[in-house]
Each structure stands twice: as structure tokens, then as C-alpha cells.
Design a protein around this ligand. Sequence first.
Ligand code: PEP
Ligand code: MG
Length: 567
Amino acid sequence: MIRIQGRPGAPGVAKGIAVVMQKKTTEYGRDRDSRSELQRFEDTLAICTKEMLTLQERLSETGEESEARIIKAYAMMLQDKTMTNPMKEAILGGKSAFEAVDAEVMAISDKLVAMDNAYMRERADDIRHVGSLLKNKLNGEEEIQLPQEPFVLVAEDLTPVDTLKLDRTYLAGLVTQMGGATSHTVILAKTMGIPAIIGIESVVEKILTGDNLLLDGSTGQIMIQPDDMALHIFEEQQWEAKKLQKKIKEKNLSIAATEDGYSIEVCCNIGSPEDMQLVKEKIYDGVGLFRTEFLYNAFQRYPTFDEQLKAYREVAAAAEGKPVIIRTLDIGGDKHLPYLELPKEENPFLGYRAVRISLSRREMFLEQLSAILAAGDNVRIMFPMITQVGELRDCKELLELAKERLREKGIPYNTSPKVGIMVETPACGIMTDRFAKLCDFMSIGTNDLTQYVTCADRNNPAVEELCTPYNPAMLRLLAQIANDCKKAGIPIGVCGELAGNMDYLPFLVGIGIDKLSVSPSSVDLVRFMVCSVKLSKMQMLARQVLELDDPREIKNILSQTWKDIIK
Ligand code: PEP
Ligand code: MG
């Protein structure tokens, strides 16, 4: 048995036969003169675009909307003249079509990679994927043979198209060398519930087609030709997972309340109206966070009032009266929006981001506020990255102005929507008692709050261990925020990843969090956890860990509750 270690992509364990996808990186075949080579390129471009549009249609028909959106973006890239014109010029200048695609894709992706921005680095993956589509087609693609039993697809770089074009009946897992944790291939694997591992150097040399593989997407570990012991552990893990699923199914989750009757709303985080299809399959209490930046990213310019209104209304209607919290644009940090033309910053997470941008681009902000106001009576508004009471006052002033404009135009709107803030900066967390006087609710953005409290970048593996919510400073701050909100009589939620962390949940329950908002795939688990504990016990546990200094000890004690539940 050989063990190899990669980086976690999508969680879950899988067992299957390796199918190694080797792509040809050198070209064969070209036309003699530039004109006919150009024609060959244009024909290939047209075929690839048509294939993408057909695949997009097929995915939409089968209800795979988020997959369809990725493929649509690829089709748009293939039609983007700023990418294809330099390729054509290079062909007319004497390069082969393959060389021209290779060189241009490399130039664009190098630029994106150099941008020092995780989001843009991963968009470089998309450009490379589109390039390999074209290059494969120019080389004459070969169909890969798939076994009629569970298999793990292994490739240096796997494009979402590679995965989506396959017959996925027996697809058990994905393993790649390239790609980041938020690359589209990984997002796709998560949506499909398929474990994935990324970042294995020379993976196509280490794993051979036909190898038996075991993989754990949560730890990034792969076992090639596993021995009996490894197979036994795998089977136990699978059995544990099934046992948990059975327990979840058997529990009444219609109301998320602790055993001693304390109700907690369990809501969903979404990034687009299409996500509501996943949400609606669940028992949920509302949308706790609609990240609007993905909507802005789908356009090459600011989305108009009508375009935004359509998206927000779709979500509000799909929620059927349940509350929907729409967060205003949170761009900056590691989230980029090319048409905003933001200046390059030394410390983007400490720079011009979120509400700071919105407040300085008033017309853009007013457009968004107006669309949110007109979307439905169940819609609430939330402002991100607040650090000063003055910012919140300015946001509320603009909200009044947006109402005035809607009134003048005769567009119906919600006259008194609930207004809240994300608590995701220490400045805001420390002062929640003051902010509480101006808000109807608050939601703690623990992803950002953890990195700002611990001074450790949430995307930098070198400081990953320091960026921990188990730092006692985080516990104390969270408890104080919850306490301030209780005193002020406003609900306090958590919408960062911590809300779906089974080890940490006992603490959040114990300090009196009223609302947890998590990805749709975690909502059942969180409801199950809430229904399986007693508030009084969790309060005692919270008091106990608040006295401790060592993050490891805190984690050990907190994680025991979940271990006991799933025993
Ligand atoms: C957070 O910071 O916890 C949060 C929910 O916002 P985002 O992850 O979008 O920054
Ligand atoms: Mg945040």
C-alpha cells in the first residue's frame, strides 16, 4: 500500500478504480499555410462553443443549474474576442493554432496568477481549462474508457467540462494536481457530493489506471492498493456516516430546538437564486445570508436595478414568506470584480472593501439598496465590514434616499425592512452595545472575525493554525457580542463557516446564539445537533471553556459533545 498526501478539496470518503486522464500537451497536426490554419482554428472555436452551449442546455434540463452556469461562463470565454483575437493574430503571424492558443492562455493566466489574489488565481484555472478544451479539440480528442463500477478520475488538471461530459453514474471521486480549494472543479465536486483531493505533484505518474484507490477528501489522504487494515477503516467510516444519516432521518427536525426547549433558527447561506433549488429540499427557517457579490460577478458591468431586482425577487419568492437576509456588495479582500477597477493594495483585507466601496460609490449602492427594498416584504438588509457607527448611519441615510427615489418612481417597496450588520471586525465586535441601538439584528461573520482577531490571513496556509476560532480571544468576544445583543433585545446570528462546525456548535448554543446560517448541505446536520443538546448543559460548557487559555484544550473539550452524540 502506498499513501500519498494532497490537499482537501471536497469532503467525504471514496473507494474506486483509478482512471487516469492524460492530456496531450504537445501538438500534432497542423495546416501548411496560415490562412487554412486560421480556418481550422475558427472551426474548432465554433465546435467547442457549440458543444458548451449544448452541454449547458443538457445540464439546465436536468436541473443542474450551478453546473450549467459554469459551462455558460466557458462558452462566453470562447466568444470573448479579447482572448481569441490575439490568438488569430499569432496564427496569421506564422504560429500554429495549438501554439497560438497555448501562448495566449499562458500569458493571460500568468497575469492573473501574478495578481496576488486568490479569486483571480483561481479564475486563471478557468482560462487554462478553456485553453485545454481548444487544444484537445485541435489535436483530435480521444474518448476515455470508463469502467462499469465505482471509479476515481485522476488528472493533472481537471476541467469542469471533463467532469460534466462524463457518464457520472459510477464517478466516486476526483484527484488532481492543479486547482485551488475554491476552483470551479472543487465547487462542482462539493455540489455533486463527490470527494475531491487537489495539489498532488506529478499525480499522473504516481497513480496508474486500474489502481485501487481509497481517498478521504476531508484530510487529503489517498491510499493506493490499500491493505486490509485500510479497507477495514474505510468500511467503518462509511458505516459511521450511514449510521449518522439514519439518526438524522429518524429525528424530528421540523423545529430546531434544544432538548430543554430553546429554539434556534437554522437558515441557509446562498450565492445565487439558483441555490434556492437546493435550499427548498431542506427544512430551513430562512435565508440567513445571500452573498450578492456572485451576482455582480456574473456581469461585465454593474448589474442594473432591473437585473438585481429580478434576482432578489426570485429568492424572496422562493423563500415563500420566510425571512431572506440580503447582504450588500462585499467585494475586495480576496473577492475581485474586474470592472470596479480597484487599485492594487498591499493589504487588501485591511483595505478598500465591502461597505467602504459601497459608501464611496453612491449611485451603485443606491441602485442595489433600491432593488433590495423592492424585492419583497420578507427581505432584510445587512451591511458587511462595518467598523464605525458613522458608517452604519451613512448606510441608513442612503437607504432612506433609495426609498424616496422608489416613491418618486411609483415602484412599490418595503417601507420598514429590518436592517442589520455583519459583525466581522473587532472594532464592531467590541462595540456591539452601541451598534445594537441602530440595528434590528446582527450576524457574526466568523470567517473574517477570526482572521482579524487572530491577525492571521484566512487564506494563508502558513498561518492556518493561528487563524483558529478556538483562540480564547474569539470565545470571549463571541460571548460578549451575544450578551450585548441579548441586553439590547435584538437577535444575534452566526453566518460564517463556524455555524456549521459540529465541534464548535455547543459553544455557540451555550452563549445564546439565536440564528445559525450554513450552506444548504449542512442544514440537516446543524438542526440535528441543535435538537440533540440541552441549553443548560451547553451554557455550563461555554462557561467552562471561557476560563481556558489553550486553543487545543478548548477544542478537545468542545468536540466531546459531538463525539458523544454520534457514538
Ligand atoms: C464571514 O466573514 O464570516 C462571512 C460570512 O462573509 P464572507 O465569508 O463572505 O467574507
Ligand atoms: Mg466576511
